[in-house]
Design a protein around this ligand. Sequence first.
Ligand SMILES: Cc1cc2nc3c(=O)[nH]c(=O)nc-3n(C[C@H](O)[C@H](O)[C@H](O)COP(=O)(O)OP(=O)(O)OC[C@H]3O[C@@H](n4cnc5c(N)ncnc54)[C@H](O)[C@@H]3O)c2cc1C
Length: 504
Amino acid sequence: MDKTADKQFDVVVIGAGFSGLMCAALLGKHGFRVGVLEQQKHVGGNLQSFERGGKVFNTGLHYVGALEKGQVLHKLFKYLGVIDRVDFVSLDRACFDRIGMGKEWYCSVSGFEGFQAELERRFPSEREAVVNYVREIRAVWDSNPFLNLREVSGVTDQAPSAFTDRGLMEVLDGLTQNEELKAVWLSNNGLYAGDPRRTPFYVHALISCVFIQSAWQIRGGSIKLANALVQIIEEQQGTVVTNCKVAHIKMEDGRARYAQTSEGQRFFAEDFIAAIHPSVALDFFESGVFRAPFVRRLKSLPNTIGSFVVYASLKPGEFRHLNSNVFYSRTRDVWGAVYQKEDWPKSLMMYTTEDPDCPGFAESATIISFMHYEEVAQWETPGSAYNTNSEYKDFKQKKGEGLLDLAAMAFSDLPAAIDDWFASSPLTYRYFTGIPEGSMYGIAKDYKNGIGSYMPSVTRVPNFFLSGQSIGIHGVMGVAMNALLACANKVDVNLLLSEIRKEE
Ligand SMILES: Cc1cc2nc3c(=O)[nH]c(=O)nc-3n(C[C@H](O)[C@H](O)[C@H](O)COP(=O)(O)OP(=O)(O)OC[C@H]3O[C@@H](n4cnc5c(N)ncnc54)[C@H](O)[C@@H]3O)c2cc1C
């Protein structure tokens, strides 16, 4: 593409993460000519994978849910033509999540019936609490018209419902006093960076429901999903431009007129969707376009914590492929995001990738824990992914060893199977996705500030919309729904929902 000439599209989407690519694919399917602008050399955002020593590692997304035939993500991906282009592999249905606390292990079973039955088996005296828990989380899922592809009376139907002001702990404490059972329910909080002081129950409920329905890995890495979407966008005559960082949005007569990149190229469009963190998006505008109190409030909203990740390359035939997502904590205190430096890491998420040359065994293990940006902020180097500062290197080495020690508590045969390892920190995420503080999931939802911590898609500028993981819920399912919502400003939302509903 000519890097100097102005370009004209129906819609310009800023950011080629899952959100931006979904928006573009949905709009392209409805005949709009879409241009997607991505600051990085590679598309995908948190869907980026990378190769090292012939092995593929995911940077973010590692499993997706609700992808069984008839389930909502399957319908949506079929509608867009993604299903046949990506190899989704089911995790172990008998134990899609392996939950470890100290020496105790539990399984989450796929399907609500199996999930409930397994909990009843492990906690026979808590049958009523288990039944009520499953009923409560399903009620939140069922109440959402988008997730259920139901007709809506307007795009605002996705906005917070009566559920948003219920705290996660408030609901669970009301169900049982059994701390072990509550810890099992809360063990997946790595998926939403849970904080007992603010996480709303609906965040836990929706994310748990997604994966209980069915859980899948992507063979070949999460980048396959991003690449499939790019292919679809291009077949629809859309364009995805990389190395294209948007720096400014020019206004004319109260509407966004064009997006200008840091190199000065201009992209004109009827409408703009910023599929990036909203506080970054607002910086595109001159002061006065958005009201100062709104900008101040938005910028003061806390983001979810960042992550520290160890990527371990394994010796062939030494460590069995898990085919499950693992959540492990030293004790029943599963709140890994709420930590003191001395007791880090309290918990981890881990998954393995199967070795194609040695079926049944893993070729790599990825181990994720939470980390505050403040721990690494001193080594921030603007515009560079690779920080060669020796103190930073020592820090990563020490933290990586600490995380591997915790992983060894979960799997004693892991250390001997490791050939090599390296690590990333919140600095890495900040560079590769542009998200403030290298946050894992964007703006943190707070049940005490239900509406305040919820960002709508529409903005004060009538042709400028927001999408991405800070709008509504994060994760593949949440972001897919937010993309639908952003597109509902261009396409009849009930037409969209009914077309997707018809898919098998
Ligand atoms: C470690 C980790 C593990 C995760 N695991 C899972 C999981 O197993 N399952 C799950 O469902 N979810 C998971 N998630 C969450 C999920 O990956 C994200 O919610 C989702 O991918 C976010 O997509 P997005 O498009 O909103 O944002 P991003 O992925 O952040 O994409 C934003 C894009 O915009 C680009 N951009 C930013 N600023 C500009 C600019 N000025 N101009 C142009 N482009 C710009 C960025 O470079 C980036 O490509 C995980 C996240 C992390 C961090």
